[in-house]
Design a protein around this ligand. Structure first.
Ligand code: SAM
Ligand code: SF4
Ligand code: SF4
Length: 335
């Protein structure tokens, strides 16, 4: 039985963050002044095991989840992630299994992820400009390493491949057309993301946001595009296709055109807390249930009690009175 929340939104998507660690320090996500050598990451025993994740996934799918996305932190830094893929593949009723990665470790892992049953993949790449990309990831990784990872994913048969690019004014906005042009006609869909006010550490200000309509206008001026219909209800990206038929791009407009009305996503943190909104300030503890010996029925009942009362629509009501709330970090629950 599928659970429906207080605003009529079914539970359909589950994002599972498998680690809070990352080998990048993207300035908009894990600024190194905060996530430095003294930062206390979760201990191994605090993380859900693959068996625990697999069990929760099965219960979530019984209650409406059709699609699972693995994320992080950087999911590929968690040891033997392909084993989790293989385990989740066996979830009865699961229709779609995917992964978001920064791509830096993809060359080494693409084939074994594919062999374990991963279908498709999203790779984050904010710019093709070497200096800009290095300063954004803040660990000096050049775009060529990520492009290499994308190529390995393609060679391994992962498809479709999507590329995520966060756009920050004055940082990489002058390079978005290049990024679009690079992937135009390749079948790889670039999705431009408005810089979001997630977490409390990235110094977000409205003036850093490049509104989607401006991104569209800049691309359209050089590579003509037109709007395309959504593929399904709740699709996060607004689709635009090239007028010459050579593919499409997406815009993730969480700041200028929020899409809470169709939000069917739940997010599970690495230590087993469920967040019903990306901007949540409180998770619901599933790990204690798992480790205290709860039955599947008890876990289902708890999930129902969380989802049925869900009324989050942060992006639609974003305002001064929500600005001071303690919010969970993006690197913890994975975007
Ligand atoms: N490490 C992986 C990666 O970078 O793809 C997965 C986790 S990361 C948190 C997931 C996505 O969130 C990435 O595409 C990243 O660019 C995006 N992201 C992180 N912080 C963001 C922010 N403040 N605004 C918009 N998107 C953000
Ligand atoms: Fe790491 Fe991804 Fe956050 Fe960058 S966006 S710091 S790669 S988790
Ligand atoms: Fe969903 Fe919360 Fe984002 Fe709205 S703000 S789309 S409810 S995650």
């Amino acid at each position: 039985m599928a659970f429906v929340d207080a605003l009529g939104r079914p539970l359909r998507d589950l994002r599972i963050s498998v680690t809070d660690r990352c080998n990048f320090r993207c300035t908009y996500c894990m600024p190194r002044e905060v996530f430095g050598p003294d930062y206390q990451f979760l201990q191994r025993t605090e993380l859900l095991t693959y068996e625990e994740i697999g069990r929760l996934a099965r219960i979530f799918v019984e209650h409406g989840v059709e699609k699972i996305r693995l994320t992080g932190g950087e999911p590929l830094v968690r040891r033997d992630l392909h084993q989790l893929i293989a385990l989740l593949r066996e979830t009865p009723g699961l229709k779609d299994l995917t992964l978001t990665t920064n791509g830096s470790l993809l060359r080494a892992q693409a084939q074994r992820l594919r062999d374990a049953g991963l279908q498709r993949i999203t790779v984050s790449l904010d710019s093709l400009d070497e200096a800009i990309f290095k300063s954004m990831n803040d660990v000096g990784v050049p775009p060529s390493v990520v492009l290499d990872g994308i190529e390995a994913a393609r060679a391994a048969g992962l498809a479709p491949i999507k590329v995520n690019a966060v756009v920050k004014r004055g940082v990489n906005d002058d390079t978005i057309v290049d990024l679009a042009r690079h992937f135009k006609g390749t079948g790889i869909i670039v999705r431009f993301i408005e810089f979001m006010d997630v977490g409390a550490t990235n110094g977000w200000q409205m003036r850093h946001v490049v509104p989607a309509h401006e991104i569209v206008a800049r691309i359209n001026a050089e590579l003509p595009i037109e709007p395309a219909e959504p593929n399904y209800r709740g699709e996060v990206a607004r689709r635009w296709r090239y007028r010459d038929g050579s593919g499409e791009i997406g815009l993730i407009t969480s700041i200028t055109e929020p899409f809470c009305g169709d939000c069917t996503r739940a997010r599970l943190s690495p230590e087993g807390e469920l967040y019903t909104c990306l901007f949540g300030n409180r998770g619901h503890d599933f790990r204690s249930l798992l480790r205290d010996g709860a039955s599947d029925d008890e876990i289902s009942t708890f999930l129902g009690s969380v989802w049925r009362v869900r009324n989050d629509r942060y992006s639609e009501i974003r305002s001064e009175h929500t600005a001071g709330l303690r919010k969970v970090e993006m690197s913890h629950i994975g975007g």
